[in-house]
Design a protein around this ligand. Sequence first.
Ligand code: FAD
Length: 430
Amino acid sequence: TTTVAVFTRDLRVHDNPMLAAAVLGADAVVPLFVRDSRISGTDFAAGRRKFLNESLTDLDASLRDLGGRLVVRDGDPVREVCRVAREVCADRVHIAGDVSAFAMAREEALRSALTCEFVVHDDVHTVVPPGAVTPSGSDHFSVFSPYHRRWAATSWRAEAPKPRRVTLPAIRAAAVLSAKRNDFPGGETAARHRVTEWVRSSAESYADNHDALPKDGTSRLSPYLHLGCVSALEVARRAEKSAEFVRQLAWRDFHHQVLAARPAAAHTDYRPRGDRWLDDEDALSAWQAGETGIPIVDAGMRQLLAEGWMHNRARLIVGSFLTKTLYLDWRAGAAHFFRHLLDGDVANNCMNWQWVAGTGTDTRPNRVLNPLRQAERFDPDGEYVRRHVPELSGVDGRHVHRPWEKPVTGYPSPIVDLAEGRARFLAARG
Ligand code: FAD
């Protein structure tokens, strides 16, 4: 038999149930990736495209070690997958199931267009597949704590074996991949290296350090988990001793199961609140550029632009600031994040934004984070701010969080009065 293994955001050879199934018992396999410009075209910042290319290059290298290679085609994925399947007379096409409306529509289109067998694997992206645990009377959990209790009591699937060999059928030469290495290198090799380092050196102190902004106490695995350069299940197993860390992976699964059950939650409020967001282009631009005059907010936003990644605590602070203090629509925030984040992910991004905006699954939707109190608690010496906001690098100690008390040349004054912003939000929410 001949099969086609369609890679999407599962760019790995270790613990990839989709690839393992495609290889099992097949005489020949086409590992295929279709570059779809609707996903990774100009809407992506350069860093995101680079990370994807590096991950593809690395996957290609791993497949070559196994005797095959990655076949890359550009264009509409449905048309290209059908074309490849016809070209090699495939008996079966395998793909990982995914939770965004876009991915679900692609899957449906493939199901009707393909003339061979089509197998969808729902256990590739998460530790526990969406829909595997449900409350009575609903198809998904809306609140994290009961979800997490059931999640923690679920037995996890066995890891999928890495293929011993990948034999390609005769197929037209593919687009050439080339990518340069950088500080945040894409790909399975880098991901596995990072997991090993993380489990060895830092996972144990995660509970103490994960909220400290200057410490770098989190794994920075999110870009790799997003593109599936490493399996979430494998990471959860290897880091099992750090319960707090494994709990974060349960959050990831939680958001996936919400989106799987309610794909429209990517763009409509999960819990409609009848809000009318303000329309203020200047405030939005200042927030995007990290020029709001509130140092802790600006530090987070500039970290995003510089690194394509932002600390979770900073994401919470800048998200609350945008949607509550400035009272701007969370979708504008989500779109900006999606463009720049290497881990930008429909499930995690949109559902976290909904949570922060109080339109999602947060059980305390009217909570407004005070950026100053957050700054003094999670960046007590101002190290994180000084690292990311060079205009403030010469300001000592805690004063760095309140530059308006002694203005600093070249740094803007605040675009909003924090107390007024908070009062406006609470009044609007009633
Ligand atoms: P660690 O703390 O080391 O956690 C390990 C892994 O657990 C992460 O890699 C991630 O896969 C998962 N995780 C951790 N926190 C969360 C969470 N709150 N929700 C879901 N999964 C979580 N994460 C994304 O992967 N993609 C996004 O697009 C994204 N957008 C976000 C937007 C907002 C407004 C907020 C508040 C959070 C967002 N997050 C997103 C969640 C979280 O901030 C990142 O996953 C985390 O900062 C990644 O860093 P890390 O790998 O070092 O995390």
